[in-house]
Design a protein around this ligand. Structure first.
Ligand SMILES: [Mn+2]
Length: 424
């Protein structure tokens, strides 16, 4: 569903004067406000098709009602988010959870909502009802050649689906690994994954990227065959210029210095994209910025600095996606919160005076360097983010509009209370 434009304009009147005061305050002190606003407007974050329903844990799942029952309804939900924040202009599909029945009508529906198809994701971490071989002991790493072949063919099929939709990247995340010492020959497993990825890589169109995602542990608990950025980079380097490392915020061991990882990957020209979420202990998939917004800002600071150093376009040269799960919140409200948290961190990173910071570093002035970084982090940039959203045609306060327009109630009426989004 979409909300009538005039209603959004009406809702925007609430708190308008206060917004103006707050925006003028920050606009009077920040140097490059117009440039920051344009970059915020251009910056789009893809929403994954699996994040629109309530997620669950291995203990249970509590449905919230009105969840999308089809790919069409998922696109409509992302379209609504994009209408409200004007920053969710991409949707990332998981195959086979979301195989488009009629590609032309799916593309038309997405275009109608101003959405593009972001990276397509393969799935070899669970068995599908009609598949011949099981992935219980891994997919691309499997000791059985026939199983590897099945997983390779699935990835090539996903590329084909993506080409039809106008996507230009394949994200590969493997659950492959081992749960007990002795279970796996590490070298053989890695070699099998490399050889399998080489076959998939060969099927990539010229303008496509392969994003190799890593994860420290889970669902395997002793080893993961692509466990960290070193292993992912090793694969990306061996595969070739179309292969890149994909960093997911929650896929690290506790306290990993993710900002340093993205900095070095950018230096090597091998960072392909970033998956946003937040975590306290492990791959918790919580709302972006809900636990450690400072870490998010520090990562963005390195992303912006590293991309600028290579002359990259922030909006288009890396894949940006939210990869989170919503167990106790309305998924759409949660996604609105996540997008705003990303924009806040991005806006703050854009305000860092990099020349001044570099000068402080050259003087070994540790205190000044910290003051510069934290000075920006402690600046309330929410009025900048809101101004960018309004100028792009969105809502001053997306969550407030979502609630006042009774979106969830309407979706429950239309779709039912006990719907379950596919894939979760
Ligand atoms: Mn991810």
């Amino acid at each position: 569903m979409l909300i009538e434009k005039y209603k959004i304009d009406e809702f925007n009147q609430n708190g308008w004067d206060e917004h103006q005061r707050r925006f003028e305050f920050i606009a009077s002190s920040a140097k490059n406000v117009e440039e920051v606003l344009q970059k915020l407007i251009d910056f789009q974050i893809a929403i994954p098709s699996w994040a629109l329903g309530t997620g669950g844990t291995r203990f249970g799942r509590f449905s919230g009602g009105g969840e999308p029952r089809s790919l069409e309804e998922k696109i409509e939900d992302v379209g609504l988010l994009h209408q409200l924040n004007q920053s969710s202009g991409g949707i990332s599909l998981h195959i086979p959870w979301d195989i488009p029945g009629n590609v032309a009508s799916i593309k038309a529906l997405a275009a109608q909502h101003g959405l593009r198809f972001d990276a397509v994701n393969s799935n070899t971490f669970q068995d599908q009802p009609d598949q011949q071989h099981t992935y219980k002991f891994g997919s691309l790493q499997n000791v059985d050649k026939a199983i590897r072949k099945q997983a390779i063919e699935h990835n090539i099929e996903v590329i084909k689906q993506g080409i039809e939709l106008g996507s230009d990247a394949l994200t590969v995340w493997l659950a492959d690994g081992s749960s007990f010492p002795g279970q796996l020959n590490f070298r053989k497993a890695f070699q099998n994954v490399l050889e399998s990825l080489e076959e998939i890589y060969a099927a990539l169109p010229e303008n496509w990227k392969m994003l190799v995602e890593y994860k420290a542990y889970e669902p395997n608990f002793y080893s993961t065959t692509i466990a960290d950025w070193g292993q992912s980079l090793l694969l990306a380097n061996k595969l070739g210029p179309k292969a890149f490392t994909l960093v997911d915020f929650g896929h690290h061991l506790p306290n990993a210095n993710i900002e340093q990882i993205v900095s070095l990957l950018l230096m090597e020209g091998k960072l392909g994209g970033f998956h946003f979420n937040d975590s306290k202990y492990g791959d918790d998939d919580l709302t972006v910025g809900s636990i450690d917004p400072y870490k998010l800002f520090l990562i963005f600071n390195e992303l912006v600095e590293g991309m600028d150093a290579r002359g990259m376009n922030h909006a288009t040269d890396l894949g940006w996606m939210i990869d989170a799960s919503h167990n106790v919140k309305d998924p759409l409200e949660d996604l609105l919160q996540s997008v705003e948290a990303i924009q806040i961190a991005y806006a703050q990173a854009l305000l860092v005076d990099t020349k001044e910071l570099e000068a402080a570093r050259m003087e070994n002035d540790v205190v000044k360097a910290q003051e510069i970084i934290q000075g920006v982090y402690r600046t309330d940039v929410r009025p900048l983010v809101a101004e960018a959203r309004i100028r792009a045609g969105g809502a001053l306060n997306p969550i407030q509009v979502f609630r006042q327009a009774k979106v969830r109630e309407t979706l429950i009426n239309r779709r039912g209370l006990k719907t379950v989004a596919t894939g979760l």
